[in-house]
Design a protein around this ligand. Structure first.
Ligand SMILES: *Cc1c(COP(=O)(O)O)cnc(C)c1O
Length: 426
């Protein structure tokens, strides 16, 4: 494929935007080459500035679970835009989407809307600290919770791809309150709790990890965290920015039947507009300003366009009884097809999958945590990435990313993808 126009657009962007991108994961640093500029998208397909059509497996990194330019979402946004795009005053649609989210997700009474997943996680941790009166937090190596200071300690995907897991600019003072455990390893959590008695406010986790590739929790892991939290007056925060409204209507809490104290949302909940949210039971949420002392605010929070897009999206997901089943079936079909052709071509690999999240790791070890995820062969990944791209299949330009399956993908698209994978390695 030819990327003349994309290359020119990227060169122009690099002059005025650091690295030419507004978020590092969009750069092609890990795989080489220049990012593709997208012109428009519809359903499962991207149309780039060079006239190529690509089958999209990133889908804005998750939000477009029903495909691009999904009509009910587009209609809702267009209709709202005619009536004013921001007021800084309450609007009815904020209550409507809040009621719907509260009805879909277990264990939450109230929800506060913000503008990104980063803000959701940052605010959730502040709330947990305010509620418990304790300072320290536990996070897991390879989990990503946005780019706020406390979380840039061995964060996954973007931060790992770019080799700066501990970013300059994060102070030692902040970093010392973030304790690092290993995913799927309960004893690493127990050791931290024992060494920091009565100091830990919360454990924050991606209950199905998606930012070091897709890594499911092993049996008993989330349940074990729940028990540890209950025994030590620690709040359990599920960062469902990626998994919420994707793996099930009620997210991972519903999927695995484990209760969180605070849940963070982003991505799907905004239907493709900038939205995040965090939610909990009344006792916790009532600590938030203006009801309680924990401050949190936002000029554009609950923005009517964003709320209209999110409300339309959640309604579709709530009303379609089979959508999560269909998504899981498509993903399983892709998994089996990719595994078959990789095996036939003698390519060492492991594929992880939960619902509509899937990732291919070029290593034979089970990928269960950050250490095993980091072992994948990056040279094979680069070959794979560019080989797929040349055949019109757009996957994330990093081995640490999950693919996001959308309901707009047809089985014909999946077959093309499997055939393309075969062609890369044959
Ligand atoms: C994407 C993501 C975030 C950050 O959300 P932004 O909207 O990019 O700030 C936080 N947590 C998880 C699990 C994510 O996947």
């Amino acid at each position: 494929m030819i990327y003349k126009r994309s290359s020119a657009l990227f060169a122009a962007a690099e002059k005025v935007i650091p690295g030419g991108v507004n978020s590092p994961v969009r750069a092609f640093k890990a795989v080489g080459g220049t990012p593709i500029f997208v012109k428009e998208a519809k359903g499962a397909y991207l149309y780039d500035e060079d006239g190529n059509v690509l089958i999209d497996y990133i889908n804005s990194w998750g939000p477009m679970i029903l495909g691009h330019a999904y009509q009910p979402v587009v209609d809702a946004v267009v209709e709202k835009a005619q009536k004013g795009t921001s007021f800084g005053m309450p609007t009815e649609i904020e209550t409507q989407i809040a009621e719907l989210a509260v009805s879909m997700v277990p264990n939450i009474d109230k929800i506060r809307f913000v503008n990104s997943g980063t803000e959701a996680c940052m605010s959730a941790v502040r709330l947990a600290r305010g509620f418990t009166g304790k300072d320290k937090i536990i996070k897991f190596a390879g989990c990503y919770h946005g780019h706020s200071d406390s979380f840039l300690i061995q964060a996954g995907s973007g931060a790992v791809t770019f080799g700066s897991p501990n970013s300059p600019g994060v102070t030692a003072g902040t970093a010392k309150d973030t304790l690092l455990a290993n995913y799927n390893n309960l004893s690493s959590v127990e050791a931290l709790i024992a060494a920091n008695k009565n100091e830990i406010a919360c454990i924050i986790i991606e209950p199905v990890a998606g930012n070091m590739g897709c890594i499911p929790p092993v049996k008993g892991f989330l349940e074990g965290l729940r028990t540890l939290c209950d025994a030590n007056n620690i709040l359990l925060i599920f960062d469902e920015v990626m998994t919420g409204f994707r793996l099930a209507k009620g997210g991972v809490q519903e999927l695995y039947g484990v209760d969180a104290d605070i849940v963070c949302f982003g991505k799907v909940i905004g239907g493709g507009l900038p939205v995040g949210a965090f939610a909990a039971r009344n006792e916790i949420m009532n600590q938030l300003a203006p009801l309680g002392p924990v401050y949190q605010a936002g000029t554009l929070s609950g923005n009517p366009l964003a709320m209209a897009a999110g409300f339309a999206m959640l309604n579709e997901l709530n009303n379609d009884k089979d959508v999560f089943k269909r998504l899981a079936e498509k993903t399983e079909y892709l998994h089996k097809g990719l595994a078959r052709v990789l095996y036939n071509n003698n390519i060492t690999h492991t594929i992880n999958r939960v619902g509509s999240m899937i990732s291919v790791h070029f290593d034979k070890a089970n990928v269960i945590d950050f250490e095993t995820a980091a072992k994948g062969n990056n040279e094979t990944f680069k070959t794979f990435f560019h080989g797929m791209l040349n055949q019109g299949i757009y996957i994330a330009p990093s081995a640490f990313e999950t693919w996001f399956i959308t309901d707009a993908l047809t089985y014909n698209d999946l077959d093309k993808t499997i055939a393309a994978c075969d062609a890369v390695f044959r």
